[in-house]
Design a protein around this ligand. Structure first.
Ligand code: ATP
Ligand code: MG
Ligand code: FE
Length: 346
């Protein structure tokens, strides 16, 4: 079965074709980052307009790339939430209409289920049950995964998501949006002994929830302090980037380890934009080896938003006989735990 996947929940138009026999055939991503850059964040109305403009041409491109015609497709999967309403509407309308015209099933996919299953597109795959750390621009959640659609929320951020904290800190020192990768790059030149200390929020008490907003305030205080001392130079920026990255990574690692131990599981997957962070990946590899556990993640372009994860997640549910009705329903807010089990009738 060949499934066309459309991702349009935020500022990336991601289109892919996943073949349930041959695997991923092709994928393309068009990012709107440049359009939103001057505003320092995503402007919803601009995002929707751009998805409307880019989705159809990109569908033609992936079809040509895979040497397929529209009539070769067996189903269409599109992101139906959570995300920006207008952006979701663009992808859902195109996906739904195309499926109707071709007489094939369509399925609305949960964006975070897409992220969660992205590591399954790689050669090294975990086997369920496992723990998933979803770390993106809008989410920081620890989830126990027993099967597709059997998700138990173990903990989540009470305020900012980890990616959001990266982005806000980056903005404070004048780095472009989205700031996570820029902080990570700056941190490479940081000195770990520079003496900048940040807390590891909520790690000294039991539980699996997170809080990153205090860390952001600590970052701002340290920046002001350096400005007052006339010490806000290139080396300081690298040092503070490293200290901040280490604080977020340590906090995530401590909670992942705790979740594995609590649930008696040995496999962790990390997914969403922040899972592309090299320090997070390597620290988890080192720390989980100590408890005989392992970590799985997708290649960098499948950590951030992409169409491949939507095509894959959609394909799994379509294979199980699930599909969405003809009327369009998108959900800007949508808890992952509300999803049906893969074997449930919907
Ligand atoms: P959500 O998936 O919660 O709706 P989103 O789709 O906006 O949010 P993603 O596209 O999955 O989020 O991820 C983007 C986030 O990942 C941004 O906050 C970005 O700064 C962060 N990010 C990307 N690469 C890195 C990196 N190497 N290190 C740290 N953060 C990163
Ligand atoms: Mg994005
Ligand atoms: Fe995302």
């Amino acid at each position: 079965m060949k499934v066309l996947g459309l991702e349009t929940s935020c500022d990336e138009t991601g289109i892919a074709i996943y073949d349930t026999e041959k695997g991923l055939l092709t994928h393309k991503i068009y990012t709107q980052i440049a359009q939103h850059a001057e505003y320092g964040g995503v402007v919803p109305e601009l995002a929707s307009r751009d998805h409307v403009r880019k989705t159809l041409p990109l569908i033609d491109e992936v079809l040509a790339d895979a040497n397929l015609k529209k009539s070769d497709l067996d189903a269409v999967a599109y992101t139906s939430g959570p995300g920006l309403v207008g952006a979701l509407m663009a992808g859902a309308t195109i996906g739904r209409s195309m499926a109707y015209a071709l007489g094939i099933p369509a399925l609305g996919v949960h964006h975070m289920e897409g992220h969660l299953l992205a590591p399954m597109l790689e050669e090294k795959q975990p086997k369920m049950p496992f723990i998933a750390l979803l770390v993106s621009g809008g989410h920081t959640q620890l989830v126990r995964v027993d099967a597709i659609g059997q998700y138990k929320l173990l903990g989540q951020s009470l305020d900012d998501a980890a990616g959001e904290a990266f982005d806000k800190a980056a903005k404070m020192i004048g780095l472009p949006y989205p700031g996570g990768p820029y902080i990570a790059k700056l941190a490479q030149d940081g000195n770990p002994d520079a003496g900048i200390k940040f807390p590891r929020p909520m790690t000294d008490r039991p539980g699996l929830d997170f809080s990153f907003s205090g860390l952001k305030t600590a970052f701002l205080t340290a920046v002001h302090d350096a400005l007052d001392r006339d010490a806000f130079n290139d080396q300081f920026q690298a040092d503070i980037a490293l200290a901040f990255e280490q604080a977020i990574v340590d906090t995530l690692v401590i909670k992942c380890r705790r979740a594995l131990e609590q649930e008696g599981l040995k496999q962790l997957i990390i997914a969403g934009g922040v899972s592309a962070n090299k320090r997070l990946q390597s620290q988890l590899e080192i720390q989980l080896a100590k408890i005989n556990s392992s970590v799985f993640y997708a290649r960098p372009e499948f950590c951030t938003d992409n169409g491949a994860m939507i095509a894959y997640a959609g394909a799994q549910r379509l294979l199980a006989g699930q599909h969405s009705p003809l009327n369009l329903s998108i959900r800007a807010r949508w808890p992952l735990a509300d999803l049906p089990d893969i074997n449930e009738e919907i």
